[in-house]
Every structure is written in structure tokens, then in C-alpha cells.
Design a protein around this ligand. Structure first.
Ligand code: CA
Length: 648
């Protein structure tokens, strides 16, 4: 008896160890410290990345915005998994874990759990009080307080219920680059994830969230507060046309989604991070096998008028001629082709070795969309009937468009569509939608989401073409760093319209467009090609697109500055594809010898640049800076230009 009492005493001592407590990354460079008043801070090599910032929330079970750390525990979270649709195919992860008990004035406790890898901090609230079976979170006081001198690379949250048929917010706003923290957001509603920060000369930090499903809402960052920094904000009441709560709730024991901070002295850890998927779990197993690949998509250049049987045949033939696996038939197919003839069209596609994706509106009460099919995806009753039919005619996937915002009930619709679609062997692409938050690992039939100012905007206006290169340099370090991105680009038309003779003028070179096929990552790439490209585009461009992979084994950051240039390499089946694009007035120079040395000094490189594809052998003997070195080794990439270097 006496022995067990003393053991209990030792355990209690461990539980009330004095704050502050801290946890460092396995390599010791990244550290999280939690003060006794429950403020966390993050340092890299001893330098501030996040200054002391509040954690906590207010809930129907009590106010946890002001708490004290009354206990802490450390452990390790390490392992491995395979995933066929993100930056890497085999992922090993290693995090040190710190769980702090936060006790409020009423004496009730919640926990905050931090996981720290060599470049990532993930944290969430865990609620396991046995007195409660459920909890509703009224407001979070989760903060991100950056040091003075930090600048931001952010895209604002829009007003709700504005834009095309009152469909916003849909994560399709412009970026504002290298801005001071105290600059007001465009709409006054803060910023959508992911949010990139340059912390003076000390490093970069990408803030986002992951693991959001039917059990919470999507969140965003507030505008900057001079005293306390950014705060986690819940959806706006006006989203979903005012329907649905903005206060997420979940069953207890349970946890909130993870908030993530990826940190590096360069952008390398951000471009290569897998934290978004490391800390989440699959929501269900699939009995189906899903195949990724490339597709054609008539709507992007030929628009609504092309959703008819004959034009779709042309795009199926284009897919077949390009060795692509898919055709995506966009809005109005039910009206302009009809259900019966769609069965015929799918049979035609199959006869050409092409599989079919069909478009749907998410429908429901949350916007005024008239693009059809309508009201097939919002209710499980109609949804399952429709999906049964899709499966029966051999359709392989759906693209669901025009969602209502980030409320918890919208997250339930995303999850319901995904879960039901998997029952019928259907893959799912989302457009007009929220950011995916770990969904590549959580949902086995999930393909990708738009959640970006995607290729359609290039077709809609010249200004967007003028800034195409600038936008493209952002995505490897911001949007595409945390999730698959359904951009739908890679134009080879010179003018972005059906005629290729009118409409917005593409400012970029062909090789720039090819480079985005590697730079932008989505396991199915619906490229913005048109049948005329078979005749008018250079053969080496078409051949490249026939062969370029859409799933990858590895990623390697080479260089980049958001808004100026980006150089990223991806590996598949032993071949490295180096993609470089430049948006800056100053030419960007690639040293082929240095690239070759980085990838094991192959004898020749296949270089797509300057209107040609050539095999180049770096001149290893040339003196750096010499004429010979310039001639043989230096590739100069002008503004709006790009290059792809294939190394095998
Ligand atoms: Ca869109």
C-alpha cells in the first residue's frame, strides 16, 4: 500500500512539473516552448519564428482562453506510409510530441498537443474530460504572433455570397506579396490558408491546417492584431446563404484539426513538407483501385457551347491521340447531351481507351447556380441514385463545383460526397471549393481541388494572362505546398479562345507551360489543350505532355522566390524532371553543370527551352564564368519563360 502511494506521488510530481516546458525537433534546431500561462513560441536555431502566442478556446463547456499549464508529457510520433498522389510516394516521419494540460479558472482541463519534426510544428486541442460527451467551440484564441520585420504573402478571404451566382467564398482571390503584417486585408475578413511569411532574414514560415473533416469547420487567419498577432477565425455567418452554425462541435473524447507551421531558413522545407498528411489518418479503406493520369477538358477553351455530343467526341479523340486516360465533360451535359446519349458517349470513349469524368453542381440552398446537373450531390438520397447510375455506365469520376463555404455542415457535404462516391468506385475532383486539408490521405478516392485562381481566369481576361507567370511562382511554396491543386492549365494556344486567333494573349512561352505540368502537382492533370494543338503545337511539346507523369516519387526544391521565380524537381520511375519558370524582369540563369552535379552527373540532359528540345552535355571542364562555360552550361530564362530539364 505504501509503495503505491509513493508511486502516485512521483506521478503527480511529473504531472505538475514547472512550466515553461519545451520540445525540440529530432535534429534539435526547431523548438516549441509553452509558458506557464499557456503561450507557445517557436524558434529555429534559437531565432524567433513565432513570438509567445495564445492557445485556447471558449466553449459551451467553459472558457479556456485563459489557462495555466498544469501538466505535460512528452513522447515520440514516428512511422512511415505510402501515398500515390502527393509530393512523395514513400514518406517517413519523425516528430517529438509535447502534450500540455491547460486548466482554466473553473478547474476544468483541456489539452494542447504539439508535434515537432525537423521542419514542422503541428498542434491541436484534445478534449477528453470524462464529464462531457460533446463540446461546442464558440471561438478559438489560437494565435500566430510573428516578430517585427516579418512580411506576408497572403490571399484574402472574400465577402460571403458575392461573385458569380453568389458562390463565394471559393479560395479564388489574388495574392498580395511581401506586405507588412499590419496591412488590412482586402475584404476585412483576414486570409485563407495556407499563409506564407518571411520572418526577416531568419527564415520562412507557412501556416495552414489539416485533418478538417465532418467533425469541424474550416478556419482561416484574422487580420493582424498589433498586440496578439493573427487569430484563428471561424467561417462567416453569411456563408452558405446564412444557413448553418459557425460554431463547430464534436463528440468527446475528440480533437480539433491540426494547425501547422512549416519552418525553414529557405523555402526548401515548405516545398517538400508532408506535415499535411503525416498527422492525419485515412477515414476509410477503399475496395476500389483508382488510376490517375491526364485528361482533356473542352470547357476551358471551347466553353459552355462545347458541351454537346459532337464536340465531346472531338475531345475524346484528342485524349486518345495524346495517350491521355480521361476526358472531363463539364456543365450542362444533362441538358445538352442527356442521360441516354451520355451512356452512348461513355461507350464511345471506352472504345477509344478513354475514361470519363462528369461535372456536377454541389447545388443545395447555398447559391444561385443554374449550371446543371443540379440538386444531385447535396442529399445522400439523390446522390447515391446518381452514383449508382454513373457506376453502371462505367464513369470513373465526378467533378463537383460551387460549394458554399467553410462551415462544419459544408465539410459534412464534402465528406458525404467522397464517402458515397467511394462506395460506387468514383474518384472526386472539387472546384469552386475550399482548400483540401489532408484529404489526399484521409479519403482514398479524392483526387484534387481547385481552391486557387485557376486556368479559367486566364481565359476570362488579359490581366490574368499578364500575371500568369507571377502567380505560377507562388504555388509550389503556398497553395500547392499543402494540397493537390486542380489548376487545369498548360495551354498551347497562343490566344486563349476556341479560335486561337482572338481572346486573351498568352504571355508565356510554350516551355513555361510545359514546366507547369511538373511544377503544379495534381494526380490527374486536365490539361487545357484543344484539338487544333495536334496541328499547330510543336511536336516535342505534345510528346512531352504524352510522357510527363502526374504522380511522383520524390520532390526536390532547387530555388525560388514567390512572385519571381521557381525551380522544382520531381522524380518518377528513376527520371528527374526539373521545372523552372521566371516571372521577374531580370533573366534567371540555370547552371546545367550544377544541376547535373546535383543529380549524380549524368552525361547528357534533355533540355526543353527556346522553342526546341535538345540533348545537352554539360562542359565539366569549363572554368566557371568563362565563355565556354556560358556557351555550354548556362541557360538564361527570360521573364515569362520556362524550361524543363529531364535527367535520367
Ligand atoms: Ca473556379
Amino acid at each position: 500500500m505504501k509503495k503505491s502511494v509513493s508511486l502516485l506521488f512521483i506521478l503527480l510530481c511529473a504531472a505538475v512539473q514547472a512550466a515553461p516546458v519545451s520540445v525540440t525537433s529530432p535534429d534539435g534546431r526547431l523548438a516549441v516552448t509553452v509558458s506557464d500561462e499557456a503561450r507557445y513560441s517557436v524558434t529555429l536555431d534559437g531565432k524567433d519564428i513565432i513570438r509567445p502566442s495564445y492557445v485556447g478556446f471558449n466553449s459551451n463547456r467553459g472558457d479556456f482562453t485563459v489557462t495555466e499549464v498544469t501538466g505535460s508529457q512528452t513522447s515520440r510520433f514516428e512511422g512511415a506510409y505510402k501515398l500515390d498522389r502527393i509530393k512523395k510516394s514513400e514518406i517517413r516521419y519523425d516528430y517529438n510530441v509535447l502534450v500540455c494540460t491547460l486548466t482554466n479558472k473553473a478547474g476544468d482541463a483541456i489539452k494542447v498537443e504539439f508535434r515537432v519534426s525537423d521542419s514542422d510544428v503541428a498542434f491541436r486541442y484534445v478534449v477528453d474530460n470524462p464529464k462531457w460527451a460533446s463540446i461546442r467551440i464558440l471561438e478559438e484564441n489560437t494565435r500566430f504572433n510573428f516578430p517585427a520585420g516579418t512580411t506576408s504573402f497572403l490571399t484574402p478571404q472574400s465577402d460571403a455570397m458575392i461573385g458569380w451566382q453568389r458562390t463565394k467564398p471559393s479560395y479564388e482571390e489574388f495574392y498580395f506579396l511581401d506586405k507588412p503584417l499590419n496591412e488590412k486585408s482586402q475584404y476585412g475578413h483576414g486570409y485563407t490558408f495556407p499563409c506564407l511569411f518571411k520572418v526577416g532574414d531568419d527564415g520562412w514560415a507557412l501556416v495552414s491546417e489539416t485533418g478538417v473533416d465532418s467533425r469541424y469547420c474550416g478556419a482561416r487567419l484574422s487580420d493582424w492584431d498589433q498586440l496578439d498577432g493573427y487569430k484563428i477565425e471561424f467561417p462567416m455567418p453569411e456563408e452558405n446563404d446564412g444557413n448553418g452554425t459557425v460554431e463547430p462541435a464534436f463528440a468527446v473524447p475528440g480533437a480539433t484539426p491540426w494547425r501547422t507551421i512549416t519552418v525553414g531558413s529557405t523555402l526548401k522545407p515548405i516545398a517538400e513538407s508532408t506535415v499535411t498528411w503525416d498527422v492525419v489518418e485515412p477515414r476509410y479503406e477503399s475496395k476500389h483501385e483508382y488510376k490517375f493520369g491526364k485528361g482533356t477538358w473542352s470547357w476551358i477553351l471551347w466553353q459552355d457551347g462545347s458541351i454537346n455530343y459532337d464536340d465531346q467526341v472531338k475531345y475524346i479523340d484528342l485524349a486518345a491521340a495524346m495517350d491521355f486516360q480521361y476526358v472531363l465533360v463539364d456543365n450542362f451535359w444533362d441538358k445538352n447531351i442527356g442521360y441516354d446519349r451520355m451512356e452512348e458517349l461513355v461507350r464511345y470513349a471506352h472504345s477509344k481507351g478513354v475514361d470519363v469524368f462528369l461535372w456536377y453542381s454541389s447545388s443545395g440552398y447555398w447559391n444561385d447556380i443554374s449550371q446543371c446537373p443540379l440538386n444531385k450531390m447535396d442529399s445522400p438520397v439523390e446522390r447515391k441514385q446518381e452514383m449508382k447510375w454513373l457506376q453502371s455506365i462505367g464513369v470513373k469520376g465526378i467533378k463537383v463545383d460551387f460549394f458554399g463555404g467553410d462551415k462544419q455542415e459544408t465539410m459534412r457535404i464534402y465528406e458525404g460526397v467522397l464517402s458515397d462516391a467511394d462506395d460506387y468506385g468514383l474518384m472526386v475532383i472539387f472546384h469552386g471549393c475550399t482548400l483540401p486539408r489532408g484529404w489526399e490521405r484521409m479519403y482514398p478516392n479524392y483526387v484534387g481541388s481547385e481552391a486557387v485562381r485557376a486556368s479559367e481566369n486566364l481565359v476570362f481576361g488579359q490581366h490574368e494572362c499578364d500575371i500568369e507567370a507571377q502567380n505560377a511562382t507562388l504555388h509550389p511554396f503556398i497553395r500547392n505546398a499543402v494540397g493537390c491543386m486542380e489548376f487545369g492549365g498548360c495551354f498551347l494556344n497562343k490566344r486563349l479562345n476556341k479560335t486561337n486567333a482572338r481572346g486573351p494573349i498568352r504571355r508565356t512561352t510554350d516551355e513555361f507551360e510545359l514546366a507547369t505540368a511538373v511544377l503544379f502537382q495534381n494526380p490527374i492533370q486536365n490539361f487545357a489543350l484543344a484539338p487544333n494543338n495536334l496541328e499547330d503545337a510543336p511536336a516535342y511539346c505534345l510528346d512531352f505532355l504524352r510522357g510527363v507523369p502526374t504522380t511522383w516519387d520524390e520532390i526536390r526544391y532547387i530555388d525560388g522566390y514567390p512572385g519571381k521565380y521557381a525551380v522544382i524537381a520531381r522524380k518518377k520511375a528513376g527520371k528527374w524532371y526539373v521545372a523552372a519558370i521566371n516571372a521577374d524582369e531580370a533573366a534567371y540563369t540555370i547552371d546545367l553543370k550544377a544541376i547535373a552535379e546535383q543529380f549524380g552527373s549524368p552525361a547528357t540532359l534533355t533540355v526543353l527551352h527556346g522553342g526546341a528540345q535538345q540533348s545537352l552535355a554539360p562542359n565539366y571542364k569549363a572554368k566557371p564564368g568563362s565563355k565556354a562555360a556560358k556557351k555550354a552550361n548556362l541557360l538564361s530564362i527570360a521573364q515569362n519563360d520556362g524550361a524543363v530539364i529531364v535527367i535520367e
